[in-house]
Design a protein around this ligand. Sequence first.
Ligand SMILES: [Zn+2]
Length: 208
Amino acid sequence: MNFCSACGGRVERKPTGCDGQIRYVCARCDSVHYDNPRVIVCCAVCLRDKVLMCRRAEEPGAGQWAVPAGYLEIGESLEQGAARETREETGLIVDPARLELCSVVNMTAIQQIAIMFRVILDSEPDLVPGPECSEVAFKSIYELSEPSFAWRATMGDGPERFHRELISGEFTIQLITIGAPDGSGFRSREYKVASIHETLLPLAQPQQ
Ligand SMILES: [Zn+2]
């Protein structure tokens, strides 16, 4: 960031607020510009013990396989964003209401947070690779060599654990911290899912 979005003045990095955090501050109007992590939404679409993967046509990870993922847009729920990315990358329409939370991932080194969902299909769908993918297919993690699996080294035992859960039908939610690109610093905390309850309140009617 070079210029203030409020007045067009030049911004500088300086300590702000009671915590002294270094932020962009406008030299002309004193507006503080907060720089917060971005949210990535991911969707693991499962069919038996396989997961729908995309072969990435673009960097980063060009030529490697990854689940549909991308940045959450303003105005979207997490589930809507994950369903949109799935449709854009694979042509598959999934109902956001059917997505189950499976992991929350801290990626502080790259200022991102990833939220991953799971949805289980009971039959093989028609797929159409999107412009960012050269190929889409259901893959078992054991069919993918480590170099062909995008960011595999950073994922710890996550893929094996996910595969075990698909086979057993006993699911967890993982709170994960991704460390260095070589995989060091990976940490995962597991929460067993005993049951899933949903509450849906009707929207308030506007006052006449
Ligand atoms: Zn300004």
